[in-house]
Design a protein around this ligand. Structure first.
Ligand code: EPZ
Length: 404
């Protein structure tokens, strides 16, 4: 069963700061990033209660500025900036550092919030933002590698309580942005056009509490689909949304993988030989950068040459050197990886560097001969709920052990 989407639930949790009333969020995945965000909301004065995969949040009052260390540790928490500004007219949020996949600046977030009238300064590692009353504006939010997902989320949430109309051009179109817009509209906001490059938000005076079920995690679904193809197995992805996975399923089919729909489920199997395919990561609805590492493993197992080009993050090839330990033949040329596939992978100790790289190493380990030991799996727990348990249910020989 596919869990709720990490990249939808984090901004939706932040959006609960926009109202003093209780919110209920369903299908919340049990992930360390979700628990971090819950701690951040509590450090801002909200009450947070988990009841299985149901989350109850109420930010009756917002006190304090949010835990510096917690916010610094989890980049996704930058999306509390917009709701804090919208609700209280001020925000002090620690500047998110870069991460191994890239510099990840937030200049577009700040540009968008400034366009709504916020005064912003950066001091002692904090972003300080203040405004008497946010005012709607027309703004262009495209950057050097296209739209920004959390930047769009931040501006959309701030604009929900701004005076007047905001129009975001070159907005991100990801399903997670649409899910957030649906939650905001459940709270009484007026957001139109989410899912398209132009989003229009008509500000309202007040938002109320709401109940919402998070969309399934398309990246988790894609990861399991690639794992099935890489191991020559067969999986049924229950609860996945095929309409969120077009680019991934299209490439899997091109590579010779069988993709069948049965009702709400997706059957993924690999019967015949795999074929090399070229991949370029792009903003949605193009091929997701969050599946680049996983599909690279599949191409490393596929006879022939494939070229994988990363267009979103400038240094998202940390998994290449670890895959080489397993015997993969991959050369980096600027933004592209040239994969000479077809050889066997053989098990070895490898180290995870980031969330999606760790998923790729697990898939490689499942397809390799012998035993592979993946260390630093705390990365994988940030974004995959009980991945080893789910894989074992599918017949994988995988176990989690404490680090020595
Ligand atoms: C979201 O990150 C996801 N994270 C990422 O998933 C995902 O890889 C990314 O979108 C792209 O799809 C969450 O939703 C929590 P961006 P986000 O702003 O919003 C540049 C995972 O594995 N940029 O869309 O931070 C940026 O450097 C994670 O689950 C600016 O230049 O990504 C990047 O090159 C990893 N200035 C590009 O835009 C800005 O102000 C896209 O980044 C903002 C972004």
């Amino acid at each position: 069963m596919i869990s709720g989407a990490k990249n939808a639930v984090l901004p939706i949790m932040a959006a609960t700061l926009l109202t003093s009333e209780p919110c209920i969020i369903r299908r919340v995945p049990n992930l360390s990033d979700v628990r971090f965000m819950a701690q951040i909301l509590e450090s801002l004065g909200a009450t947070v209660r988990f009841d299985g995969d149901v989350l109850h949040v109420q930010a009756a009052k917002i006190t304090g500025v949010g835990d510096y260390e917690l916010i610094r540790k989890m980049r996704g928490s930058v999306c509390i900036l917009g709701p804090l500004l919208g609700r209280t007219g001020k925000a002090m949020v620690s500047m998110p550092g870069g991460c191994v996949i890239g510099a990840r600046p937030i200049d577009l977030h700040l540009k968008g919030l400034k366009a709504l009238g916020a005064k912003i300064s950066i001091d002692k590692g904090y972003v300080n933002a203040a405004v008497r009353k946010l005012r709607g504006a027309e703004l262009f939010l495209g950057g050097r590698s296209g739209p920004t997902v959390l930047g769009t989320a931040n501006v959309m949430m701030a604009a929900a309580l701004a005076g007047g109309i905001t129009v975001i051009e070159s907005a991100a179109c990801e399903p997670e942005v649409v899910d957030l817009a649906n939650f905001l509209n459940d709270m009484g906001a007026k957001v139109c056009g989410a899912g398209s490059p132009t989003i229009t938000i008509t500000g309202v005076k007040k938002l109320h509490g709401a109940e919402h079920e998070v969309i399934p995690d398309r990246i988790e679904a894609a990861t399991f689909a690639v794992a099935a193809a890489a191991t020559g197995g067969e999986v049924t992805l229950r609860g996945a949304r095929p309409d969120h996975l077009h680019a991934v399923l299209d490439k899997l089919k091109e590579a010779g993988v069988t993709v069948e729909r049965s009702g709400a489920a997706l059957n993924i199997s690999r019967k015949g030989k795999l074929k090399p395919v070229d991949i370029t990561t792009l903003p949605y609805s193009g091929f997701p950068t969050d599946v680049q590492a996983q599909i690279m493993v599949l191409m490393a197992l596929t006879p022939g040459i494939s070229i994988i080009t990363e267009r979103i993050f400038e240094s998202r090839f940390m998994h290449v050197s670890e895959l080489a330990r397993l015997g993969a033949d991959i050369a980096i040329e600027g933004p592209s990886a040239i994969v000479k596939g077809g050889g066997h992978l053989s098990g070895a100790p490898v180290m995870a560097s980031d969330l999606r790289a760790s998923a790729a190493l697990v898939i490689a380990g499942l397809a390799a001969r012998g035993t592979t030991e993946v260390s630093r799996v705390y990365h994988i727990d940030r974004g995959y709920e009980n991945i080893d348990g789910k894989l074992r249910k599918l017949g994988a020989r995988i176990e989690r052990t404490e680090a020595p």
